[in-house]
Design a protein around this ligand. Sequence first.
Ligand SMILES: [Zn+2]
Ligand SMILES: [Zn+2]
Length: 93
Amino acid sequence: MVEFVNCNEHGKNEGCMICQHLVAQKDLCYAKLLVDPHDDDFETAMCEACETLLLDEQEWSDKLNDFAEWKLFCRKCYERILQYHKLVAEGGM
Ligand SMILES: [Zn+2]
Ligand SMILES: [Zn+2]
């Protein structure tokens, strides 16, 4: 199941999550994952630091949530943010 968000700019749209680092910075390397933290599938983009932590934790832990401070965006806003970064890995978990 895909969660929808209501974007002020783009209307009702598929929800995607981005870690706070990708939102605040530019020119980072990131990985794209499909995850379901609450039984809803979110396409998720995370920077290398978040990905490293995820691999260390081996699960979607509170520690990761605290570190990443996931931001929910509509797909169009998500893609707009990601164009400033470099995709290095893609997969599911
Ligand atoms: Zn991050
Ligand atoms: Zn939007």
